[in-house]
Design a protein around this ligand. Structure first.
Ligand code: A5P
Length: 222
């Protein structure tokens, strides 16, 4: 897949997600280039004034939303979050995801958990049979980084510190390369048990409810 086709896929998936928006609701908004396409569409398709506000998974998305005039709310102020729309770095057709390429995985996991419905928007280059080609991001407490990396290595992967990256929560990211994740639920749960791990970028216990896959051929809803 070339980058033009991926960009078209992202654009089409983002546009199709507009069908799930409802007037006067608060929208959960994720992070990344696919979501940026969605945020641009909120503006061009007249949704900015029709939404009550947004809850966002990153400072980057919050800034973009505020720039358009969308009120960005704290999740603690929101009793009822009906919809969360976000991208993914890798996805299976069972809607299990790897997320965190943009280092926003902790807030993404919280918003996905709080939302009644999680719609994931991806281009078709992200869809795989077995997760793990994309290195699995793990957010860690800084003082635990080397300990966590040693523990992660015992599970067969190759942990690499994402140097220079500090998350919006002040933590570090370790990317686990060379995994072939045949049991996503088990891997998510095992990695979650390691002391010092804040969030594992595997969305298996809480997968997307619906996935919109965009490609040069159009969209497919899974
Ligand atoms: C952010 O931390 C990730 O989970 C994003 O959802 C992911 O990186 C998708 O990014 P793109 O839409 O830019 O591919």
């Amino acid at each position: 897949m070339n980058s033009d086709s991926a960009a078209l896929g992202k654009q089409l998936a983002a546009r199709a997600a507009l069908d799930y928006l409802r007037e006067d609701t608060i929208l959960g908004v994720g992070t990344g280039s696919t979501v940026n396409a969605l945020i641009d569409l909120l503006d061009s398709e007249g949704w900015v004034s029709r939404l009550r506000g947004a809850v966002s998974s990153s400072e980057a998305s919050s800034e973009r939303l505020r720039g358009l005039g969308v009120p960005v709310l704290d999740l603690n102020e929101v009793a009822d979050l009906s919809l969360y729309i976000d991208g993914a770095d890798e996805a299976t057709r069972s809607r299990i995801l790897i997320k965190g390429g943009g280092a926003a995985l902790t807030r993404e996991k919280i918003i996905a958990a709080a939302a009644a419905r999680f719609v994931c928007i991806v281009d078709d280059s992200k869809v795989v049979t077995t997760l793990g080609r994309f290195p699995l991001p793990v957010e860690v407490i800084p003082m635990a980084r080397r300990y966590v990396m040693r523990q992660l290595a015992t599970h067969g992967g190759r942990p690499v510190w994402r140097q220079g990256c500090v998350t919006d929560n002040g933590n570090h990211i370790v990317d686990v390369h060379d995994l072939s994740i045949s049991d996503p639920l088990g891997t998510e749960s095992r990695f979650n048990q390691i002391a010092g791990v804040v969030t594992v970028g595997l969305f298996a216990a809480r997968p997307a409810d619906l996935m919109i896959i965009g490609s040069g051929q159009g969209i497919e809803v899974v």
